[in-house]
Design a protein around this ligand. Structure first.
Ligand code: ADP
Length: 262
């Protein structure tokens, strides 16, 4: 469903994504786990055609993101960190507009809006304006909206950021239910390790724009000898990579001091 080969993305001098390759089969729940600034959002933006790659190829649902962006766009739904709902409109109206934009036929639109709003427990609030909704309700409405046109894949960029634990849990229950009921492929980024471990079939750990590990949570733990995913993550990102970098800088400083003394 997703095939990424040697993907690179630069912003001027900054290498945000540094030669990553991975594939996600249809129906999988896949997590992109990494610290802030690792390159998660940049990758999701490329997968969703919002940003062009500097190099490499990306295919989503069999279509190339650069040469066939429209076909790619029809294959996925997306939930961003920043809500993009119209808060002046009701829940129903937000859904309806999205359905019209994506050419979902009227009858199917009605049925799906009811089904999805019921699924995210907002059906009884369908006629309330979004500005009266809590953060958790808005996120749930975004998820329902992202699924309205029956996408094969749903992308979620840090979908639970700023939500309380109970709402986070609920949200994942809906997504898992959808994945089970409709076989929707779920690709999400997070910096919550517990979330990745509990929800995803496989996890890619990304740091400094590179994939440093990819596998099931137990494979990642085995690979590093860590008891928890947290240990694995520290071993893969925190300890190894960062300390070496810091070590390099320290050595450089010591060298410079030595030079100055002479
Ligand atoms: P994440 O989503 O994992 O937090 P991002 O993909 O947002 O990481 O960022 C990866 C790197 O690219 C960071 O070093 C970030 O500062 C840089 N970056 C992201 N967006 C831009 C931009 N528009 N211009 C310049 N640098 C950027």
């Amino acid at each position: 469903m997703i095939a990424v080969q040697n993907l690179c993305r630069r912003y001027g001098e900054v290498v945000a994504v540094d030669d990553i390759s991975f594939a996600v089969p249809a129906g999988e729940i896949f997590a992109f786990l990494g610290p802030n600034g690792a390159g998660k959002s940049t990758t999701i933006k490329i997968l969703t055609t919002l940003l062009r790659p500097t190099a490499g190829t990306v295919r989503v649902n069999g279509h190339d993101v650069v040469t066939e962006p429209d076909k790619v766009r029809r294959s996925f739904g997306i939930v961003f960190q920043d809500p993009s709902l119209d808060s002046e409109l009701t829940a129903w109206e937000n859904m309806e507009i999205h359905g019209v934009l994506y050419d979902v036929p009227r009858k199917q639109r009605r049925e799906r809006i009811e089904r999805l709003l019921t699924l995210v427990e907002l059906w009884d609030r369908k006629d309330s304006r979004v500005l009266t909704f809590s953060g958790g309700m808005r996120r749930r409405l975004e998820i329902a909206r992202g699924l309205l046109h029956h996408p094969k894949i749903i992308f979620l960029d840090e979908p639970t950021l700023g939500l309380d634990p109970q709402t986070r849990n609920q949200m994942w229950n809906y997504l898992r239910e959808l994945n089970r009921a409709e076989g929707t492929t779920v690709f999400f980024s997070t910096h919550y390790m517990d979330e990745a471990e509990r929800i995803a079939a496989r996890i890619a750990i990304i740091d400094h724009g590179r994939i440093v590990a990819l596998g099931t949570a137990s494979e990642l733990k085995q690979q590093t000898g860590g008891a928890s995913l947290e240990d694995a993550f520290l071993a893969l990102t925190g300890k190894h990579i960062r300390e070496e970098t810091a070590g390099g800088a320290d050595m450089m400083r010591a060298f410079m001091r030595g030079q100055m003394k002479r």
